[in-house]
Design a protein around this ligand. Structure first.
Ligand code: SAM
Length: 416
């Protein structure tokens, strides 16, 4: 859930700077700034964002419209590292966890990552260093971090101006990190260079990880950006001392990259804050799903609770779970490194299985009962009523993806 204090901070800043009494009065101006920023993102591929950070109108548009989405995006891979892959803070769980966010911008991913960690490990202390080349963005992030109310966990945020491309060679100075995050920035920093140019940077980042540290790279869901990550991932898959944690439940080559018709990306449901829903009422963007591609890697192997069972039966959902014509179906990237379509007849589904599937969403890792491949192209048809196991929600919780997020925009949200 997007924290109320963050939403309020951005709304109050907008009202103060636009001299408006409430969001309704400011909405026409904000909508046009959001439109202006979206056009810049489309034409400039989100490049040179740091320069826009100096333009107050664009900054407010970003803070109210895009910042919450960045915040939400980064939480998904963090939760995946914890369930099912078993990431835990070292040293007994209290921290401090050292978090480095490179190309942090206004810190949506810094705060989103920290929030997801603190939610999973209450009382955890987190020391974050947020780095960007834009001084204006870092200034805003410091203001924002200083406004965190008491009782929002133990998080210290420092900022540093720097170039992420040379960070590890010049500025990191031998520090080790539990989490290194680079959200929507690596593609921008290495723009125009071949995918292979990222490889030495990824190696240097991984050498700067603590023993149980993880490197998380998030990128847009575009084919071009996703395939660059898939290629980076395939290079790591060939190494014995580097481990792919997610999105893949296996360590072989990426089947999607080999096939070349689809690319690996996430479409995840979340609950946008009221102010975002309100500002979207004339813009009609698809704000209830966050879309991105990502790669999560570490120097230690992830826990894979399905290991030892038939790998064809376990897959990460790379499509939504569909229920139609008397059957459940989904596409999955399986633990044996193959992309498969799965199918379960509703008449074969017991109550327990239906309950698990009702709380299952795209991005979850699901282990099913036995089945066999039929037809052409082959579909893995599950047989028998053995309930599937959702490894991403070991306690049956169904709240990671918020299945019913559609909400009517409020007339005018009250932030008084
Ligand atoms: C699209 S924004 C993303 C910001 C933030 N990480 C997020 O997810 O919202 C890209 C950010 O990367 C920063 N950036 C681009 N190239 C960089 C570089 N070589 N070194 C440091 N920061 C860089 C820009 O200043 C900008 O803040």
């Amino acid at each position: 859930m997007y924290p109320h204090w963050l939403e309020t901070w951005w709304v109050e800043r907008a009202l103060r700077n636009l001299g408006a009494p409430d969001l309704s009065a400011a909405s026409a101006r904000l909508e046009s700034e959001i439109q202006r920023l979206s056009d810049l993102f489309t034409t400039e591929r989100e490049t040179r964002f740091g320069e826009y950070g100096r333009d107050e109108g664009l900054l407010l548009a970003y803070g109210l419209f895009f910042f919450p989405q960045t915040f939400a995006r980064s939480g998904f891979p963090v939760r995946e590292a914890i369930h099912p892959h078993g990431w835990r803070p070292s040293g007994g769980g209290g921290g401090p966890v050292r978090l480095l966010d490179l190309g942090c911008g206004l810190g949506g991913a810094t705060l989103g990552t920290a929030h997801a960690l603190a939610e999973a490990f209450p009382g955890l202390s987190i020391e974050a260093l947020a780095v960007d080349q834009s001084t204006a963005s870092l200034d805003t992030l410091r203001e924002l971090a200083a406004a965190r109310p008491d009782g929002t966990g133990r998080l210290a945020v420092e900022t540093a101006r720097g170039d992420l491309r040379t960070w590890f060679a010049k500025e990191n100075g031998g520090r080790r990190w539990d989490w290194i995050v680079a959200s929507f920035t690596v593609g921008e920093a290495f723009y125009g260079q071949p995918a292979a140019a990222m490889a030495p940077w990824i190696d240097a980042a991984m050498e700067s990880l603590a023993d149980n540290g993880l490197l998380l790279i998030l990128e847009p869901a575009l084919r071009e950006t996703a395939e660059r990550l898939e290629a980076a991932r395939d290079r790591l898959a060939g190494q014995t001392d580097r481990f792919i944690w997610a999105p893949c439940p296996h360590s072989g080559p990426c089947p999607l990259l080999a096939e070349g018709s689809h690319w690996c990306h996430e479409v995840r449901r979340w609950a946008p804050p009221e102010s975002l829903v309100f500002l979207n009422r004339h813009l009609h963007r698809s704000i209830h799903d966050v879309k991105f591609s990502f790669l999560l890697t570490g120097n230690r192997a992830p826990r894979r609770p399905w290991e030892g069972s038939d790998p064809a039966r376990t897959a990460r959902l790379v499509t939504p779970l569909r229920i139609r014509k008397g059957r459940y179906s989904w596409g999955g990237c399986a633990a044996d490194g193959k992309r498969r379509d799965y199918e379960l007849q509703k008449r074969d589904t017991g109550e327990a299985a239906a309950g698990v599937l009702a709380a299952t969403a795209r991005g979850d890792i699901v282990e099913t009962g036995p089945g066999r491949e039929i037809g052409r192209p082959p579909v893995f048809r599950l047989e028998g009523a053995e309930p599937p196991r959702n490894h991403s929600r070991p306690n049956g919780e169904g709240k990671i993806n918020f299945p019913h997020p559609e909400r009517v925009p409020p007339e005018s949200p009250d932030f008084s």
